[in-house]
Design a protein around this ligand. Structure first.
Ligand code: URA
Length: 255
């Protein structure tokens, strides 16, 4: 058993001190390290572009997800995309290949993108958490928090016109009060970005109704991306009051 695996095993058994020991560079660390530089000394948030961020984040040891046998699944696609798709977190296929949405759900996402005349390489695809949660469990709040600065920075660099959230987790990241059954297929403006929630492709694979909903919502996407639909833009009052639009967004403050 490697040192890393041993530390991980002991930490999972509840050995609290292991978290402190494991905070040395190169070893697994807990979510309380969220503000410290990634292993190897390169600071992902200081990178000028997405490729530099991805390289620096590959050595990241910031959250408990780093303890598993996972790799960072940063994001893929056009760094100047008008549309960014944000899912929940990598699954087994994504962890194996290091790319988001490459499993069955990803193939459906590709078909949806092609159904509106776009290519996967036209858009940018990423997740709220960048490593696979064990057994595909839901990401924990502290895991989402630990990866928040990276998603924020990705969005700052790309500056898309539309952020399409795939599924409930991603939608509630941007729109905490939203309900997927009620709000999917509607656009919301949050801090100058259009947020467009749709069903998660994996959910659509399990439910014909959701599949139909996902198809319908995709058909509306080209017009939304072209700025042609303004009729259904909703500004949730509480959110608009809570997070006024900043003139120049600061690091980590977009959402
Ligand atoms: N589900 C997600 O939310 N993201 C992926 O990358 C794959 C499956």
């Amino acid at each position: 058993m490697s040192r890393r695996d041993l530390l991980s095993y002991l930490a999972d058994l509840g050995w609290r001190d292991v978290e402190a020991v494991s905070a040395v560079p190169g070893a697994a660390s807990g979510p309380q390290d969220a503000g410290s530089p990634a292993a190897g000394g390169e600071e992902p948030l200081a990178a000028p572009d997405l490729a530099g961020m991805a390289r620096a984040l590959a050595g990241c040891t910031r959250c408990r997800l780093c303890r598993g046998r996972t790799q960072v699944v940063f994001g893929v696609g056009n760094p100047a995309a008008r549309v960014v798709f944000v899912g929940e977190g990598p699954g087994a296929d994504e962890d194996r290949l290091g790319e988001p949405f490459v499993g069955r759900g990803g193939q459906l996402l590709d078909r949806m993108i092609e159904s509106i005349g776009w290519k996967r390489s036209d858009v940018y695809i990423t997740n709220i958490v960048k490593r696979r949660p064990p057994q595909n469990r839901d990401p924990l709040p502290e895991e989402i928090e630990a990866y928040k600065p990276y998603l924020t920075r990705q969005i700052e660099i790309i500056r898309p016109r539309v952020i399409v959230t795939l599924g409930r987790f991603s939608m509630n990241y941007f729109l905490p009060e939203a309900k997927i059954s009620r709000d999917r297929g509607r656009t919301f403006t949050v801090n100058g970005f259009l947020i467009y929630p749709v069903f998660h492709p994996a959910a659509a694979l399990r439910s014909p109704d959701m599949m139909k909903g996902l198809q319908e919502d995709f058909q509306k996407l080209p017009k939304i991306a072209n700025g042609e639909t303004t009729s259904n833009i909703v500004l949730p009052k509480a959110m608009a009051e809570e997070k006024p639009k900043a003139a120049k967004p600061q690091q980590g403050s977009l959402f």
